[in-house]
Design a protein around this ligand. Structure first.
Ligand code: URA
Length: 248
């Protein structure tokens, strides 16, 4: 991995600040000053110091967020060779895995870790961590449909827990869809949906139950942790404060 990428993804400083620090000799690799941002490092062995502070090696506990694009499977390996989220996590130890899952066509915040206890706690239903989604749906849900969604609708043979739903926008123009084949003319409503359950295809099935098709879905938050301006397809490490806030 490139030295600047290793340090920047650890969250210590922005990419630009890291590059400047390297050029100014404020970064060492195994005790030697390195002035070239693209200097190749071994993420599992090299000891990197940024302004005298050790940048934690990536072999220890890892917690990171990916802004998942549509079209990537949430799995570590696909037998049919389709793109998976792991393809977007280059230069990282193979021991990390996704915490929960997003559908193939769902975008947004996906956590990864190599900390099994953390992953189990995050996914355990008893913790009821809020997950916030933006959903673009065909047509404008009526007040009655919104109330039904808020109170719970029948999916997978059971009733969904109460949800928070807010309509944010209605557009006559086609909304950009993750899958261009699914572009639709007509009215598209954009809603914010907050749920704490993780049933399979839950948000899509909830809207289906009230007669609307989700044409784009993006998870923006898990608890208080948000995607911020992380570009699509990119990942970054969580800061210690972010990790602490997620500990349940
Ligand atoms: N709900 C869905 O329908 N899909 C997801 O990927 C996540 C939540």
């Amino acid at each position: 991995m490139r030295l600047e990428k290793y340090i920047a993804t650890s969250g210590i400083a922005s990419r630009r600040a890291v590059k400047r620090a390297i050029r100014e000799g404020r970064v060492t690799v195994n005790g030697t000053e390195i002035f070239i941002p693209g200097h190749p490092i071994d993420v599992e062995r090299d000891c990197i110091e940024f302004e005298g502070k050790r940048v934690e090696p990536l072999t220890e506990r890892i917690y990171l967020m990916l802004n998942k694009p549509a079209g990537y499977l949430t799995t570590r390996r696909d037998e049919r060779g389709r793109p998976t989220v792991m393809d977007l996590l280059t230069d990282l130890p193979k021991s990390i895995y996704p915490v929960g899952r997003l559908d193939l066509e769902t975008e947004g915040l996906l956590l990864f870790t190599n900390d099994g206890n953390f992953a189990n706690r995050m996914m355990h239903p008893s913790h009821e961590i809020d997950k916030t989604y933006l959903a673009w749906v065909n047509g404008v849900p009526s007040q009655r449909a919104l109330e039904r969604l808020r109170n719970g609708v029948a999916i997978h043979g059971g009733k969904t827990a109460p949800a928070k739903i807010k309509q944010l926008d209605v557009k006559a123009a086609p909304m950009p869809s993750a899958n261009s084949n699914k572009r639709k003319n007509g009215i598209v409503a954009k809603l914010r949906v907050i749920i704490h359950e993780g049933k399979k295809r839950q948000v899509r099935l909830m809207f289906k139950a009230v007669g609307h098709r989700v044409i784009r879905l993006k998870r923006t938050h898990i608890g208080e942790l948000g995607l911020g301006n992380l570009p699509q397809g990119q990942y970054r490490f969580l800061t210690p404060t972010e990790i602490a806030k997620l500990q349940v």
